[in-house]
Design a binder for this molecule. Structure first.
Ligand code: UT7
Length: 325
């Protein structure tokens, strides 16, 4: 019998500290940096973001999202036999945030590892978990996107620091006799490393290079709009479906203009576009599972709906996962 994977539970978590654009603009003004609610809303669609308190790590946010996904799936931590955490803001250099999170969930024994594909991390992680389930290596996986991007923001650079937030989202992906995940399409092109990166690293007990986020926003914008359409079309073709079959489009939540332009290119009506960037900002690998969980819990997404998930970001990486929820 064919073996597929299917999402059986979703969860998400946002740290309590919420900053509106006005709150952030006031904090930046105190440092002599000028920005405004009008500029941020007009260029990005972002109204607010959440920042984790000092000492709160990606694993702390991820574990809360994972607990909710487990509860929604009717499972206990002990039932899980694979953990993948997509993050670019790990708790430590090593061990992986996935191992730290596994211990915080009170579990031991199952494989746990991090996956680093920046804002495409969740679609990459979902694709890897799907493959491990289809191969029989795993049966019940926790796939988590968790980020504390506030830790790597340069608050003297107004072109980037207003864009990002912290948060986590998780799904339980289980072996199933019916699909589930219908198709994936993943890509990377390392020649664009420098348009979105944190160029610092640890060496000899010191940070070498700049450990804060750098982005050429316009270059990222142009690339993103093109690849989000092509990845979605490739995933649809692999599943012998068309854009008319998409019930809900859940792109990476970075900029409302990129998301709306992708929806238009895919001929997906704007009412079928899931939007959380307005309240969360860009939470990198956490943005898609956060948006998915928000739409599931609000009752928008129902069992049996066809979902197109799409990531794009540093690397340059991009990809799509088409699934039956
Ligand atoms: O997660 C990975 C994916 N990342 C993305 O998808 C990000 C993609 N890029 C973008 O979303 C957009 O390029 C941005 C939102 C980053 C920037 O929007 P833009 O329309 O490309 O603006 P811009 O960079 O061309 O800047 C326009 C003006 C500039 O002033 P001048 O040179 O025209 O006088 C900037 O200095 O806006 C100015 N500006 C700001 N003004 C107020 C830049 N940042 C700010 C700010 N507040 N925060």
């Amino acid at each position: 019998m064919a073996r597929y994977s299917r999402i059986t539970g979703t969860g998400s978590y946002l740290p309590p500290r919420r900053l509106t654009n006005a709150d952030l603009a006031a904090e930046l003004a105190a440092q002599g940096i000028e920005t405004s609610d009008d500029w941020i809303v007009e260029r990005t669609g972002i109204h607010a973001r959440h920042f984790a308190a000092a000492g709160v790590c990606s694993s702390d946010l991820g574990v809360e999202a994972a607990k909710k996904a487990l509860e929604a799936a009717g499972l206990e931590p002990v039932d899980i036999d694979l953990i993948i955490v997509a993050t670019s803001t790990p708790d430590m250099v090593f061990p992986s945030t996935a191992c730290i999170l596994q211990n915080k969930l009170g579990m031991a024994g199952c494989p746990a590892f991090d996956l680093q594909a920046v804002c495409s991390g969740f679609v990459y992680a979902l694709t890897v978990a799907d493959a491990l389930i289809k191969s029989g290596t795993a049966t019940k996986a926790l796939v988590i996107g968790a980020e504390v991007f506030s830790r790597i923001l340069d608050f003297s650079d107004r072109t980037t620091c207003v864009l990002f937030g912290d948060g986590a989202g998780a799904v339980v992906l289980q072996a199933s006799e019916t699909p589930g995940i219908l198709a994936s399409d993943l890509h990377a092109d390392g020649k664009h490393v420098n348009i979105l990166c944190v160029p610092g690293g640890v060496s000899g007990g010191k940070v070498l290079g700049d450990p804060l986020l750098k982005m050429d926003g316009q270059a990222v914008f142009k690339l993103a709009v093109g690849v989000l359409e092509s990845a979605a079309r490739a995933a649809l073709a692999k599943a012998y479906l068309t854009d008319a079959d998409i019930d809900w489009l859940i792109p990476h939540q970075a900029n409302i203009r990129i998301m709306q332009s992708t929806a238009k290119k895919l001929k997906v009506p704007l009412e079928k576009l899931i939007i959380t960037v307005d309240q969360h900002g860009n939470t990198s690998a956490a943005s898609i599972p956060l948006a998915l969980d928000t739409a599931v819990r609000s009752g928008k997404i129902k069992k049996g709906d066809t979902l197109m998930l799409e990531g794009v970001g540093g690397g340059f990486t991009w990809g799509a996962v088409l699934l039956n929820y």
